[in-house]
Design a protein. Structure first.
Length: 419
């Protein structure tokens, strides 16, 4: 069925949701299950298998995101969408049984954040059948008796004197302030910077002295070009990315500069992020791709790894890429090896939600920061981390490497003031 027919069906039937039936297993039609009876705009469709459910909210969201025209297309030559593109498929539906209590149905709706529950029970031949559809409106209506809501007495008591807003009604300043505060809390941004500090006893040839005496009397090392580490921080189109890689120094025993692989891997990761930003900028002019999500850190690592491997750069490196997801207020990252990230939070921050004794003034505290999250290390054994690498220049090399599929990938919620 088309998007237009779905909207028309919901309006004519005066319902907020409708089951989607697949009579032939390929095409879909719409069946309504409303409060009073079970009816369908296509009786023959009732013999088919349930394919999913579509709601008015699903349709409105889809129409807005894809800038659909009245016929369900994005332009005169654009694709025409159907209900199958909008509906929640059957494998994601949550259902209840005819014997479930109203309270349990309400709890299921609250826990799963849904407004409709198909009622599934055992039918003929031991097969499961749809018995009906429980909506949030039904749950709410069940809380009242007919004596409370029905008849003239109930109408006079509940409605009379409350119909129509008083002249000149405006939004209170408290509501505006709360909305503004909520908007500020949800619109997180990140201030970032980076600094590379080599080991003070690092030599120009890449070696590291065990102590100052062995290092000598010369100036301590401050040249980050001798580091096997590489990094970048980038803010592009309101998207923030951070990347750090640590080259494996033991490649020196094979006559390989360990800086080459880590530096090239980070360079390619930066190219991947910039290319994705450029692609989204171009595609953002199309109504179909206006809300494209930025590339995920795991995809950045995967693409950079493929590019570096295709260049046959010998060496290996650990790597961590992170980005701030502004839609969900989450810090998403992917990490391979003993790189990683840490989130530090002020324990007395109002938004942090910590409960503690607050009588001691800040200036008397030795430290009010606590670790809110610490990513895990990935080690094969002591001082042998997971690593991406390539041994194309050493045919007889017997070592093995990990792939991006082995990365530790996660998303963690962050709050204002986090470090």
């Amino acid at each position: 069925a088309s998007i237009r027919s779905a909207v028309k069906h919901l309006v004519y039937e005066k319902i907020g949701s409708s089951l989607v039936i697949s009579p032939t297993g390929e095409e879909t039609s719409i069946t309504s299950t409303n409060d009073s009876n079970n009816s369908s705009n296509d009786v023959g469709a009732l013999d088919g298998e349930i394919a999913g459910i579509v709601t008015a909210r699903d349709l409105l969201r889809f129409i807005h995101e894809h800038q659909l025209l009245s016929d369900g297309s994005t332009s005169e030559r654009g694709p025409r969408y159907t209900v199958a593109d909008v509906m929640t498929p059957k494998d994601k539906l949550v259902y209840c049984s005819p014997t479930d209590s109203v309270r349990r149905c309400r709890e299921i709706m609250f826990q799963c954040k849904v407004r409709n529950l198909p009622v599934i029970g055992e039918g003929k031949g031991g097969r499961y059948e749809l018995k009906g559809l429980v909506t949030m409106k039904m749950i709410a209506d069940s809380s009242f008796s007919l004596a409370e809501t029905g008849g003239k007495k109930g109408y006079i008591h509940n409605v009379t004197g409350r119909k129509g807003l008083p002249e000149g009604t405006k939004i209170s300043e408290d509501v505006i302030k709360r909305a503004e505060k909520q908007r500020q809390l949800t619109a997180l941004d990140m201030e970032l910077g980076s600094y590379s500090l080599p080991h003070p006893f690092k030599r120009v040839d890449g070696g590291v002295a065990m102590n100052r005496r062995l290092f000598g009397a010369e100036e301590l090392c401050m040249d980050d070009s001798v580091c096997e580490d590489a990094h970048f921080t980038l803010k592009v189109h309101e998207q923030t990315y951070m990347c750090v890689a640590d080259g494996v120094g033991s490649w020196r025993q094979y006559g390989v500069d360990p800086r080459l692989y880590s530096h090239r891997l980070v360079e390619n990761a930066l190219k991947v992020v910039e290319a994705d930003a450029h692609h989204r900028e171009i595609m953002g002019q199309s109504p179909l791709e206006r809300d494209m999500d930025a590339i995920h850190p795991l995809d950045v690592i995967t693409d950079a790894w493929h590019l570096t491997s295709s260049e046959e750069v010998t060496g290996s490196s650990t790597i961590c890429v992170a980005t701030l997801d502004k839609k969900l207020n989450q810090l998403s990252y992917s990490n391979i090896g003993d790189c990683g990230l840490m989130v530090v939070r002020h324990i007395d921050s109002e938004t942090a939600g910590y409960m503690r004794e607050r009588q001691l003034p800040r200036y008397l505290r030795t430290n009010d920061l606590r670790i809110a999250y610490l990513s895990q290390q990935q080690l094969r054994s002591f001082n042998l981390p997971y690593q991406l690498g390539c041994s194309a220049g050493l045919p007889n090399y017997q070592g093995s490497f990990e792939s991006p599929a082995d990365a530790d990938t996660a998303s963690i919620p962050v709050m204002p003031g986090d470090i």
